[in-house]
Write a protein that binds this ligand. Structure first.
Ligand SMILES: [Ca+2]
Ligand SMILES: [Ca+2]
Ligand SMILES: [Ca+2]
Length: 412
């Protein structure tokens, strides 16, 4: 019986749109499933970007600053427009100037709630990933608890410069809304982080522990922007236990990236990835044209799609300073190392789930998934044919739509 896994993280390096408008993915990571293999086969190479000079201006907002108090931290949620990089957060809020400059489909974003009523306040989001730069300026006061399953300490900071993925993922969910950087989709959430050493083979028992830890912390939502492509029975049981029995029996919502192979390999009969487990939400990615991305995995188990980038990355956090993939503290949309993939689409859905749970914390896991799927946009009819249940193997039940979903939840 197999007892080690190789975790693959699902981000892509993107070649950015050049003068000719031509763009493509330079490299993708694909799942590896060999139990005896000792190294991952993700080959990624840096690409040079064509510098674009988008003139952008902040969207105006009349929201006033509100203070969110959580157990051990205080998060101040400033107007989203205070965040200087908000205009380039095309996946979140439509900035007319940025959209026009870059010819972005008007519906490429997630249709945010028109005010800042819901920020994920009081919702516990657990991110399981490679590392988190807890010193990041845009995460101050946001992180409640951390645990490193390799060193058995609370220090989840990167062990080397390659561990940038978890910081980028976490930023998309819950970066602070303030006068610096970006705003997460849910800038009021309580962030919890579990570090798994992705650079080495990892025993299944450690992955099991990650989900047990999330349960112990009382996770409302768990973000997993990775997969092994060959989930063991033990890990599957731990995931299903958390999904069914977390949140005091209401069920923890676990969100998994489908992977970037562009193939049908999520779940049985062809694949056996964590994202193929019925109890989790499997997420694939859309681009600035509001279409499914070619690299996204697909199949009957796919639940939802969300912006993950293809021709343009998702602006998010990098390791502070010269560390990480960028000299700056952020990976901007036009960085040569722009962040994208189903790894990027997944935290968008996680953030949206946090908003929903703030709007109604009594929802069960089943109810959350149902209302998200019922109110998703049936995008990209060319690639995605929806059946009588509203499901497409290529787009799941469609693309998350925050405004319609919350409206369905609260009425009106
Ligand atoms: Ca910020
Ligand atoms: Ca599912
Ligand atoms: Ca950096």
């Amino acid at each position: 019986m197999r007892n080690i896994s190789i975790i693959t993280i699902f981000f892509t390096l993107l070649i950015l749109q050049g003068c000719g408008g031509e763009s493509l993915i330079s490299s993708i990571t694909t799942s590896t499933e060999s139990a005896t293999s000792t190294d991952t086969t993700s080959s990624t190479e840096p690409v040079t970007s064509t510098e674009t000079t988008g003139s952008t201006e902040p969207v105006t907002s009349t929201e006033t600053t509100s203070t969110v108090t959580v157990e051990t931290t205080t998060r101040t949620v400033a107007p989203y427009s205070d965040n200087p990089l908000l205009p380039q957060q095309w996946y979140f809020i439509k900035n007319d100037t940025f959209y026009n400059t870059h010819n972005i489909n008007a519906d490429a974003h997630i249709h945010p709630w028109p005010t800042q009523t819901y920020t994920g306040k009081g919702i516990k989001v657990v991110v399981i990933d490679d590392a988190l730069d807890t010193t990041h300026e845009d995460l101050q006061g946001a992180v409640v608890e951390t645990y490193d399953l390799e060193t058995r300490t609370t220090n989840v900071r990167p062990k080397d410069n390659s561990e940038t993925h978890g910081t980028a993922v976490t930023g998309l969910i819950g970066a602070s809304s303030n006068s610096i950087g970006i705003s997460g989709i849910a800038p009021g959430v309580e962030l919890y982080f579990i570090r798994l050493p992705f650079n080495s083979t990892i025993s299944d028992s450690v992955i099991v522990e990650a989900f047990q830890k999330a349960k112990e912390w009382g996770a409302d939502v768990v973000n997993c922007s990775w997969g092994t492509g060959s989930v063991s029975d033990a890990v599957k049981s731990a995931i299903i236990d958390l999904a069914r029995n977390g949140r005091n029996g209401k069920g923890t919502i676990i969100v998994f990236a489908s992977g970037n192979g562009g193939i049908d390999e999520i779940g049985d009969p062809i694949g056996n990835d964590e994202s193929g487990i019925d109890e989790v939400i499997a997420v694939s990615a859309t681009n600035i044209n509001n279409e499914r991305t070619a690299y996204s995995n697909y199949g009957p188990q796919l639940d939802l799609v969300a912006p993950g980038g293809e021709h343009m990355g998702l602006a998010t956090l990098d390791l502070m300073g010269y560390a990480g993939v960028d000299m700056e503290n952020y990976i901007e949309y036009d960085s040569s190392e722009a962040f994208g993939g189903t790894s990027a689409a997944t935290p968008i859905v996680t953030g949206v789930v946090a908003l929903l749970l703030e709007a109604n914390s009594s929802l069960t896991r089943d109810e959350v998934i149902q209302i998200l799927e019922n109110n998703a946009d049936k995008i990209d009819p060319t690639q995605c044919t929806y059946d009588s249940n509203g499901h497409s193997d290529y787009c799941g039940y469609g693309k998350v739509n925050v405004e319609r979903t919350i409206r369905a939840l609260i009425g009106g």
